[in-house]
Design a protein around this ligand. Sequence first.
Ligand SMILES: *[C@@H]1O[C@H](CO)[C@@H](O)[C@H](O)[C@H]1NC(C)=O
Ligand SMILES: *[C@@H]1O[C@H](CO)[C@@H](O)[C@H](O)[C@H]1NC(C)=O
Ligand SMILES: *[C@@H]1O[C@H](CO)[C@@H](O)[C@H](O)[C@H]1NC(C)=O
Ligand SMILES: *[C@@H]1O[C@H](CO)[C@@H](O)[C@H](O)[C@H]1NC(C)=O
Ligand SMILES: *[C@@H]1O[C@H](CO)[C@@H](O)[C@H](O)[C@H]1NC(C)=O
Length: 400
Amino acid sequence: MIIKRKCWTKRVCCRKALQIFKILCLVQCVVVTILYLVIFYEDSNDVQNQIIETFNSEQPYLTTFDKMTFSNQSEKTVAVWTTFFRSHSWLHNINSAFLSCTHKCRAVNEKGALYSDALLFHYQRYDLHVHQLPKRNPDQIWIIYLMEPTIYIERNVVELNSVFNWTMSYRRDSTVYAPYGSFIRRRSDTETKPFLNRTKFAFAVFSRCDDFGKRYRIVRELQKYVNIDVYGSCGHLKCDVRSQGCLSTEKAQDYLFKLSFENSHCKDYVTEKLWFSLKQGVVPVVNWVKGQEETRVNSSHVINLYDFHTIKDLAKYLKSVAANQSLYNSYLTWRQELDVETSHFHSFCNLCQKLHQSTVRRQVYSKFSGWVTNDVCPKYKFVQKIRAWIDRWILFPIGL
Ligand SMILES: *[C@@H]1O[C@H](CO)[C@@H](O)[C@H](O)[C@H]1NC(C)=O
Ligand SMILES: *[C@@H]1O[C@H](CO)[C@@H](O)[C@H](O)[C@H]1NC(C)=O
Ligand SMILES: *[C@@H]1O[C@H](CO)[C@@H](O)[C@H](O)[C@H]1NC(C)=O
Ligand SMILES: *[C@@H]1O[C@H](CO)[C@@H](O)[C@H](O)[C@H]1NC(C)=O
Ligand SMILES: *[C@@H]1O[C@H](CO)[C@@H](O)[C@H](O)[C@H]1NC(C)=O
């Protein structure tokens, strides 16, 4: 009897164990399949984007109407309808930027929207609510301001079709060009530290650890050949995040180079990372792909990683520049005549100027979503985010 019972329990145990084993196998199978899909599934959208890129014009996204004569006022007003990263203070920033423009312009808050010449909206998800748009006056120009690269835009862009008349962004195909920085005439003397006083090789500032540009991989590879100090919340060194570019100009100029890598490879996407290092007088090393270049900047200002076949070649070149005073200084000669403007708001004079045209063609971005996604980088997808996460936090740490 006892033996029988033992046997019986054993068999149940066995069966239970087998069942658990089966379930575990199944779970493992599912997990591996998902991982496999996420890592190796090729985005059909990438190819599509490349095709769209070849005709590269804003025309297909616009519907144009008759010409409109602007009211003849000496001052144009822009009503700021949304917040800017949830803050209202950009109204003041825009007004201070307007002070230095050739024409007169003024920003007002949303209460002035009824009588303003233009309305300004910030594209960010928390700022722009599609169900809270004002009543439309067809003589007013609705302007969307966007400074984020396509790949990080998580919102549904289709709902914004046929809403905005003008775009304002760092993309050169926007109605109002608003780059992150610009060259200006130099007014004061340059305070560039001499070549011989620069005792350190290169530094980088990373505030986000993972990114679609996979900067962490480039830096790790580069560190095999040269010394790179990494600052920021994702680096081993701390710096003052409130100061432009994190290091003071004095400290930045201890270095020969700064890795001014962008976090993603989108059309014209060149940010203050470039402009800060130009302003601070440290030679920028950039990671621009085709279609991403800043056309006002060339090989006499920056060194581009993608001009080299391998990271090792880049390291070799950097070392040769670091060993040759005249070659190094040739990257800084532009500083004798030019300085850099890096405020987010400096390009509001472009807007002001555009508002002072006597006539404009009425237009609306009827396929705004098409304009946004006409880019060299793919549009945001959750699967890419997971893929990026796996690459950064699973594959990268184990050296893959
Ligand atoms: C516009 O205003 C200027 C002066 O502010 C005046 O000289 C000009 O004649 C005006 N033009 C029209 C079309 O009203
Ligand atoms: C460069 O270094 C020399 C010697 O260490 C020092 O006397 C000089 O003040 C330094 N110049 C600058 C601009 O930092
Ligand atoms: C780079 O651009 C500047 C003007 O911004 C120009 O003077 C210079 O010749 C250009 N250099 C090269 C190498 O293309
Ligand atoms: C240093 O660079 C210059 C170009 O700026 C070049 O003409 C010169 O030959 C280089 N010197 C050495 C020692 O490589
Ligand atoms: C702006 O777009 C709206 C909506 O299509 C249109 O009715 C209006 O005429 C446009 N205005 C201008 C100034 O382009």
